[in-house]
Unconditional design. Structure first.
Length: 415
């Protein structure tokens, strides 16, 4: 069977990998002229298998006024004359219940554990050099209230198979000495030894090379304009060049997926959540963090990548605005100085980046078959695309092969 995969980010490429391995004839198409150029290119680099709780949870409701109104807020809502933005926001608020958050967490953990079991052997078997390191992850909390909420989440996730530990301030610094200068801003932390970090862009580049060597066809710098459907079945795609025919299609186009889905009569509740990142070299003689770190106060993550550190954060609901305000980059550089003591005074060193995370209101990606025969989805992973990529790809490949799914796919079904 010929399968067209739309999207050459980490989601599309891992999908192509498992499909090709299962015997399908695969073509990957992307509007960019290279792979991993969208949200995969400069993401937070964390493989957060055990830290998948959705943004939509009850405590966020009380925090919304301060988050939205503060000038330096990590969450920014820029109102637009865009019905999709407002509808997404209303659905987000409706999803922010304890019951929904817990059921979402349980489903995401199962998918994340599957991804962990698949991505690490893939990296090793394919000899992909992407600065992979299973150094664990430390999430630090600024006050007793946030730490108490973290304690409750750890206790709940323990019932789902997560191995996490609560650490005091002193234990946080003992675990990660790079936090020594920030200790007074920390009440405690959650340590997850199984989490990891790796350079997603490097992974994408090298995985694409492996796939080309196995006969996967790449159509890069070529944009899909619409999906062709005849008598309720996918038959091909119209592009800015010649049309492409295939017996099946996997839509993995990130934040651009809703537009293409509409051409086939499907509605995807996905909105781009803009984020920013910088990548810093570790100066000679300086010490890089030994593990991934998340500072809950700032909503900023720090991931060691060999001789570099990726610093990423912020959530902006502003549509596909590609501008990178200097204030955001300065804030990330300041976070690197204050939290982990890594100075980044030369702007030429920062490698500023922004990307658009394709998020659903609930936090659950949409994976699997659609009402249109031959059309499948692998979209809506939000901030967890790198973490969930391999497991999501396996579920899609299971669906196309019509075999027994590796895990229960129902939480991720198109509704």
């Amino acid at each position: 069977m010929r399968v067209l995969v739309i999207g050459a980010g980490v989601i599309g490429l891992t999908t192509a990998y498992f499909l090709q391995r299962d015997g399908f004839e695969v073509t990957v198409i992307d509007r960019e002229d290279g792979v991993g150029r969208g949200a995969s290119g400069g993401n937070g680099a964390q493989l957060s298998y055990s830290y998948v709780a959705p943004l939509a949870e009850p405590s966020v409701l009380a925090k919304l006024p301060s988050l939205l109104l503060a000038h330096d807020s990590p969450l920014v809502f820029r109102p637009r004359l865009d019905p999709a933005q407002w509808l997404w926001g209303l659905r987000f608020l409706a999803a922010a219940t304890r019951e929904r958050a817990r059921s979402t967490t349980a489903a995401l953990l199962e998918l994340a554990f599957l991804s962990r079991d698949l991505i690490e052997p893939l990296i090793a078997d394919e000899s992909i050099a992407c600065d992979f390191r299973r150094g664990g992850k430390l999430v630090v909390y600024p006050d007793e209230a946030s730490f108490a909420a973290a304690r409750a989440q750890v206790e709940y996730q323990a019932t789902l198979g997560c191995e996490q530990m609560l650490l005091s301030r002193a234990m946080c610094v003992g675990r990660e000495p790079a936090l020594a200068g920030y200790a007074e801003r920390i009440v405690g932390g959650v340590w997850t030894p199984s989490d990891a970090a790796a350079d997603c862009a490097a992974f994408c580049e090298q995985l694409a090379d492996r796939l080309r060597g196995r006969g996967v066809r790449f159509e890069l710098g070529r944009e899909v304009k619409s999906l062709r459907v005849r008598n309720g079945r996918f038959v091909g795609a119209d592009t800015d060049g010649d049309p492409l025919a295939a017996e099946a299609c996997v839509l993995a186009a990130g934040s651009h997926a809703p537009r293409l889905a509409r051409s086939a009569g499907l509605h995807l509740p996905i909105y781009p959540l803009k984020g920013y990142a910088i990548t810093l070299p570790v100066p000679r003689g300086a010490r890089a963090p030994g593990c991934s770190i998340t500072d809950i106060r700032r909503k900023v993550v720090f991931a060691p990548l060999g001789a570099r550190v990726r610093v990423a954060g912020f959530v902006e609901m502003a549509g596909h605005d590609p501008r990178i305000p200097q204030a955001r980059i300065d804030a990330l550089a300041a976070a690197a100085r204050e939290v982990i003591g890594l100075r980044a005074d030369l702007r030429a060193e920062l490698q500023p980046w922004c990307g658009f995370r394709p998020a659903t209101p609930s936090g659950l990606p949409i994976i699997g078959a659609t009402p249109i025969e031959g059309l499948y989805l692998n979209v809506g992973h939000g901030t967890l695309g790198w973490t969930l990529a391999a497991g999501s790809a396996r579920l899609v490949a299971d669906a196309l092969a019509r075999g027994e799914p590796t895990i229960d796919p129902r939480p991720f079904a198109y509704d």
